[in-house]
Every structure is written in structure tokens, then in C-alpha cells.
Write a protein of this length. Structure first.
Length: 386
């Protein structure tokens, strides 16, 4: 008998496809060809593919998107190697959140990103050299002469498809309180001149949170939204502050950026109970002190399900939603036919699991996702060792 011609490079067969971007949570086979999604159907014959990955009993999602991490590997001690950190978590797109500024991002773009095998994007820091000095000087904007609005904006403009916006840390150790308003305005100006978006670290800021939110508009990103430090999102009565709700209503993105120290379980619980979910879930992954508990993106899906999000909403916050805010919803974040062939395959570990925060709070849940395989451009780029 003549074998059917093989028209697919890879077939994920027998899995449950959870694709919030298409509203799909069903048993589906997914086939890839030429680096793109070629077909999604209830049944696709295995002999049509060069490579078949058995996904029976597993969860298949679009490749996860980490919209806030530190991935400038080799540029100081803070950043991680995305190949060792993101790929085993089912992540196929990472966004470096201000590790570099206009003067030193070149190696991130030209060497680190291509070597990672992932899609790597970046927010450029408003400071010329990003976070390089932060671990030595305990802050990167003590001398505001490192800020050049025009150069920052121009380098973002010169790098479409790589630079996605401007990052500033409104953090008490990063910047003197007397400079904070001016630096925030400079970051706003750079984002506006580059016609992109502004990401602002809001955990433990040197100025009141409402003053920060005042300069933020639709598409801008509040990162570390659930931090438990001073000036967090709840008022003295434990209610979500009206300025925070107003910001979300006008389209400001509310991003988790967990980091182990910027996501308080109590704040999350109160916010979710009041109908204030995150827009995006991200890791803020970095090399931290040994005692700091950091979670990868697949771990954070389980944590937020334990805190009250549905699995569909948690996956949406790591796929379709970040793709939308990056302006890439036609390319990534879903497995529609013709889109980038990026996917993740997970085993569902249904048992007793515990997650914690830096304050010692614990949350228990019954679902944890363990990555089985990560697919990038229609090929298996990482698979869990036998």
C-alpha cells in the first residue's frame, strides 16, 4: 500500500487544546508545516506528519508569553538564560523588561536573542545602560544624567519587531523621591516619541501610586500590580483604589510580574474577590538571592488557578492577552491556522500543591502544570527528559 504523502512537519495528536484566543477547550489535533500552524481538527491522520508527538491525556496551549522577565544573559548578574529558564516552562516568547537601555541593548538583540531560540523582545530602560549598575549601587537612576529621552525614543523607533516600549522603575531604591516626577515624565515622553508603550514598576514607589497612574494610558503597563508594599492597589478599607480601577477602565494593562517579592497572596485574593483580575501574568524571572522563591510561567498558571482564576483565564493571561498588548495577536498567542507554530504541551498534575509569597503567605491548590514539550516554529525545541 502506498503511504500517504507527508504534508506536515509535526503533529500534536490526541491532546486537549486550550486556546482562549479562539475560545477552544476541546480535544483537538494540531499540525504544523513550514513553521506555521497548518491544521487544527478533531482527527488528523498520523501518517500525514514527519514527526508525531503523542499528546493524549495532556494539555496543549499556544506557546506561553512572558511579558516581563530579565533575559539579557551575560549582562551582569541579574539576567537568566532563556534556554534554561523559559523553554522548559513552555514559554516561546519572552520580553526583557528594561535590563538594557539605548547604549547597551545591541548584544541582547544581535547575540542573546538569536542564540536563545525563542522570540525575544525588549522594553528599553529609560536609563542608558539599564540595570547593569543596580546590584552595585542599589539603584540605576541615582544620577539622572543617564537619561536621554531623544536617544531612547529613536532606538525604539529604529528597532521595530524587537523594541516594544520604554521601561522605568518607580522604586524607592532606584531613584530619589525628588527626581521621581521628572523621570516619570521623561519616560512618558520617550514612549510617546517612539509611538509605543510605557511599562512602570510600581512596587514600593517614591511617589504616590495615583500620581504614577495619572500619566498612564491605554496600552501602558503597570507591572507588579499585586505587590504588598506601601502604595499598593488597595485602600485602607481593603478595597481596590478608585484610581486603579479608573486606570484599568481606560485600558492600562495590569501585569503580575511575580518576582517572588512583588506578588502578595493577600492582595491577589482581595483583588480577585472584587473583580479585579490581572491582564497578564508574567514572571519577572531573574537571578535573586537563594532564599527568594521564584516561579516559572507554568507554575504561575497553577498558582493563579489556586487563587481563584479559571484555568482558561490563567492561560489567556499568558497567551492571548500578552499577544494583544504587544500588538502581535495576528502572529502569536493562539493556534489559529496560519499563525506562528508556537505551542506548549503540559501534563496536568492534579494533587495537593502549595505556593508561597515573600511574606510567608501560602495558597494551596489542586492543579499544577508540568511541561512535557515546547514547540517553536513548528518543531519540538524542548522536551522533558525521559
Amino acid at each position: 500500500m502506498t503511504q500517504a504523502p507527508q504534508k506536515f512537519d509535526l503533529l500534536l495528536k490526541g491532546g486537549t487544546l486550550l486556546d482562549p484566543g479562539q475560545g477552544i477547550h476541546l480535544l483537538r489535533d494540531v499540525a504544523f508545516s513550514g513553521g506555521r500552524v497548518a491544521e487544527v481538527a478533531e482527527h488528523i491522520a498520523g501518517d500525514l506528519a514527519l514527526d508525531v508527538l503523542d499528546a493524549k491525556g495532556k494539555l496543549v496551549t499556544p506557546g506561553l508569553i512572558d511579558v516581563h522577565g530579565h533575559y539579557y544573559h551575560g549582562n551582569g548578574a541579574l539576567s537568566v538564560d532563556a534556554r534554561r529558564s523559559a523553554l522548559p516552562a513552555g514559554v516561546t516568547t519572552v520580553v526583557d523588561a528594561g535590563s538594557a537601555g539605548w547604549a547597551n541593548y545591541g548584544a541582547l538583540r544581535d547575540y542573546v536573542a538569536p542564540a536563545s531560540g525563542l522570540r525575544m523582545l525588549a522594553f528599553l530602560h529609560i536609563g542608558a545602560i539599564g540595570l547593569v549598575t543596580s546590584q552595585v549601587l542599589k539603584g540605576e537612576l541615582h544620577d539622572t544624567r543617564v537619561i536621554d529621552v531623544d536617544r531612547t525614543a529613536q532606538h525604539v523607533l529604529d528597532n521595530p519587531g524587537f523594541a516594544v516600549g520604554v521601561k522605568v522603575r518607580m522604586f524607592i531604591n532606584s531613584i530619589a523621591y525628588w527626581d521621581a516626577q521628572q523621570v516619570l515624565r521623561q519616560a512618558r515622553a520617550a514612549a510617546d516619541q517612539s509611538k509605543t508603550r510605557l511599562m512602570v514598576h510600581v512596587s514600593n514607589p517614591p511617589i504616590p501610586l495615583p500620581e504614577i497612574l495619572d500619566v498612564m494610558g491605554s496600552g501602558d503597563v503597570v507591572t507588579h500590580v499585586y505587590n504588598g508594599n506601601q502604595e499598593h492597589i488597595l485602600d485602607a478599607q481593603g478595597k481596590v483604589r478608585p484610581e486603579v480601577r479608573a486606570a484599568m477602565d481606560r485600558g492600562v494593562v495590569m501585569d503580575v510580574a511575580h518576582a517572588g517579592i512583588h506578588c502578595d497572596i493577600g492582595i491577589v485574593r482581595e483583588a480577585l474577590a472584587q473583580g479585579f483580575p490581572p491582564t497578564t501574568i508574567s514572571t519577572d524571572i531573574h537571578h535573586g538571592p537563594a532564599e527568594r522563591v521564584l516561579y516559572q510561567l507554568n507554575d504561575l498558571i497553577g498558582k493563579f488557578v489556586a487563587l481563584g482564576l479559571s484555568l482558561d483565564d490563567a492561560v489567556a493571561a499568558t497567551t492571548a492577552s500578552p499577544a494583544q498588548i504587544l500588538g502581535l495577536a495576528d502572529e502569536i498567542g493562539s493556534l489559529r491556522v496560519g499563525m506562528a507554530g508556537d505551542a506548549a504541551v503540559f501534563d496536568r498534575d492534579e494533587g495537593d500543591h502549595t505556593w508561597q509569597d515573600a511574606a510567608g503567605n501560602m495558597v494551596k491548590g489542586s492543579l499544577k502544570l508540568h511541561t512535557f514539550a515546547t514547540v517553536r516554529d513548528g518543531a519540538v525545541l524542548w522536551r522533558r527528559p525521559e
